[in-house]
Write a protein that binds this ligand. Structure first.
Ligand SMILES: N[C@@H](CCC(=O)N[C@@H](CS)C(=O)NCC(=O)O)C(=O)O
Length: 207
């Protein structure tokens, strides 16, 4: 059975959300988002940097949330939640899939480090400001692309699980201003999905 190594408030939520949308059977190794769990020898044997998510499937151990999403779709749900390579939608699917970790998340990581992880005396307002401006800029094309669309490529797909999750996290960090109205409306649709709610709230008390 698929086994997801998970901690709350993290990208592991993407994988849980995908597994729920696909109605695949899975088990969860529930960890704390804390070095005591993530940097343990046991977890470093799965991911050398002690990060999450990690997925186990029999003899396979795979990390990187985007790679895990593609792996699950290819091996366990072929043809689902992804346009065919011949589809007109395929290039947009690829673009937004990679825009997520390539453009949005680096700025967001810096914001999380500068507002949550570092102790106050080590935070740097200039670095934080740069990251906030970069994140705001990187959300503008996403907002434009969502004009007259229910989901990122029209119908719901795995790209909503990747980038939709990042947009949700951006909003939680107060980086989605009211001018980004298409993103805000899109997030109401994402948040109304029961599988999203189940994934995002899993084991939150343990965080
Ligand atoms: N690009 C990786 C990022 C993995 C990552 O940094 N995960 C964070 C949680 S969202 C983590 O494990 N942080 C713990 C740490 O940095 O010690 C992915 O998409 O899986």
């Amino acid at each position: 059975m698929l086994k997801l190594h998970h901690a709350p408030n993290s990208r592991a939520g993407r994988i849980l959300w995908l597994l729920e949308e696909l109605e695949l059977p899975y088990e969860i190794n529930s960890m704390k988002f804390h070095p005591s769990d993530l940097k343990s020898d046991e977890h470093r044997s799965r991911h050398p940097l002690g990060r999450i998510p990690v997925l186990e499937d029999e003899e396979v151990i795979i990390y990187e949330s985007g790679a895990i999403v593609e792996y699950i779709l290819a091996r366990h749900a072929p043809g689902k939640l992804k346009p065919a390579i011949t589809s007109k939608l395929f290039p947009s699917y690829l673009q937004w899939f990679h825009y997520c970790e390539g453009m949005v998340m680096p700025a967001m990581n810096t914001i999380v480090v500068q507002t949550i992880i570092l102790p106050e005396e080590r935070r740097n307002a200039e670095i934080l400001g740069q990251a906030q401006r970069l994140l705001s800029k990187s959300l503008i094309p996403v907002n434009e692309s969502l004009e007259n669309k229910k989901y990122l490529i029209g119908d719901f797909s795995a790209v909503d699980i990747m980038l939709g999750h990042s947009l949700y996290m951006s909003k939680k960090l107060k980086c989605v201003n009211e001018e980004l109205i298409n993103i805000l409306n899109y997030l109401s649709r994402i948040e109304a999905r029961p599988c999203f709610q189940k994934a995002i709230n899993y084991n939150k008390q343990g965080s």
